[in-house]
Design a protein around this ligand. Structure first.
Ligand code: SAM
Ligand code: FES
Length: 345
């Protein structure tokens, strides 16, 4: 067993130069050591259970223009849609019957869904499914808005920091979006009391190993309850259409490192990981992840929520997605759980 891996597992901490060494020497043997330790740590808290979240992609309208993202405002090839409130509630009804106890409402930054509308949706879902958690993933807002959403009953908020390096952030986003504001949003969300998720894309254009080190240090300091990382995958109608995708190997290594740094964090094996490799989500769980997020969005709109090319699961009904994932998890000795799956305090 590699000595640094042992130290990381023991102390949940490594010096910057030690982390850099791990990142630079991502061999099969090192990854095996990392995933073995990470899996053991995950098993200690979560056993062989995998939490599920039902993902509802409620709008692909977005006022932002992130250079990597397929639904960015400037992409005029996107067939734009918004789910109606009833469509959203129907997704929840289907999801509840399938055993989901967390609903994730994700969308672009769509001004149509102002605070009043989102508050009404949260309240209605909470009224009908009091035993369910609501996770929001709808971008940057003022602290006042986040407060209203929390008071309405939202439990968790996902907002990836995308990169903790200012220069890199500028290369991925237009100038009206700043790392400073992202971080303010994340701190606001934490202060308000949300369970907070952050994260980044692995292999995003111009990302260096030093950038990844900064991401890990940022995450360690923020101590989020959830950490979403997945490979960057190019979308054919964005400025990064010719960029290389992030790698399976680096993503798996980072899942393991993050599991060892934050043993109780909720870490999904993402759809992007399943897109770059047919077994990506299984490998993600075996590397230390403990969450999967099957899609509950109506099949009719699935293809229109294309953040990147060749996204998987765009033809499957919610029930198919769930049973497919249950089978995949069973094939590696894991079991999908039917509970809220909160952060273990
Ligand atoms: N608008 C919300 C936000 O910005 O947080 C939620 C939706 S946004 C599309 C969700 C995440 O998708 C982003 O945080 C980003 O990391 C990821 N994403 C966007 N484009 C991607 C791409 N080309 N490859 C992989 N992940 C991508
Ligand atoms: Fe807004 Fe991607 S640019 S969700």
């Amino acid at each position: 067993m590699n000595k640094l891996v042992e130290k990381l597992a023991r102390e949940q901490y490594l010096e910057a130069k030690e982390i850099l060494w791990l990142l630079e020497n991502n061999t099969v043997e090192l990854r095996q050591d990392l995933s073995e330790k990470a899996r053991a740590v995950a098993k200690k808290t979560f056993g062989n259970g995998v939490y599920t979240r039902g993902l509802i992609e409620f709008s692909n309208y977005c006022k932002n223009d992130c250079y990597y993202c397929g639904i960015r405002q400037s992409n005029d090839q996107v067939n734009r849609y918004r789910l109606t409130e009833d469509q959203i509630f129907n997704c929840c009804q289907t999801g509840y019957a399938l055993g989901f106890r967390t609903f994730v409402l994700q969308g672009g930054e769509d001004p149509y869904f102002d605070d009043d509308r989102v508050v009404a949706i949260i309240q209605e879902i909470k009224k009908n499914y009091a035993d369910c958690a609501i996770t929001l993933s709808m971008g940057e807002k003022s602290k006042k808005s986040y407060q209203r959403l929390y008071q309405a009953g939202a439990d968790r908020y996902l907002l990836r920091h995308e990169t903790a390096n200012k220069g890199h952030y500028k290369r991925l986003h237009p100038s009206n979006l700043t790392l400073e504001n992202r971080i303010t949003c994340l701190r606001d969300l934490k202060e308000i009391g949300f369970q907070v998720g952050t994260g980044f894309m692995v292999g995003s254009p111009t990302q260096t190993i030093e950038n990844i080190l900064e991401d890990l240090e940022f995450i360690k300091e923020l101590k989020p309850q959830m950490i979403g990382i997945g490979p960057f995958i190019p979308h054919h109608n964005t400025p990064f259409k010719n960029a290389n995708p992030g790698s399976l190997e680096q993503t798996l290594q980072l899942i393991s490192i993050l599991r060892l740094m934050l043993p109780k964090a909720l870490i999904p094996a993402t759809t992007a990981l399943g897109t770059i490799n047919g077994q990506g989500r299984e490998l993600g769980i075996l590397a230390g992840a403990n969450v999967v997020m099957p899609n509950l969005s109506p099949v009719a709109v699935r293809k229109d929520y294309s953040l990147y090319d060749n996204k998987i699961c765009t033809d499957d009904e919610a029930a198919e997605c769930r049973s497919c994932l249950a089978k995949r998890m069973a094939s590696i000795g894991y079991e999908i759980l039917t509970n809220r799956g909160d952060y273990p305090e």
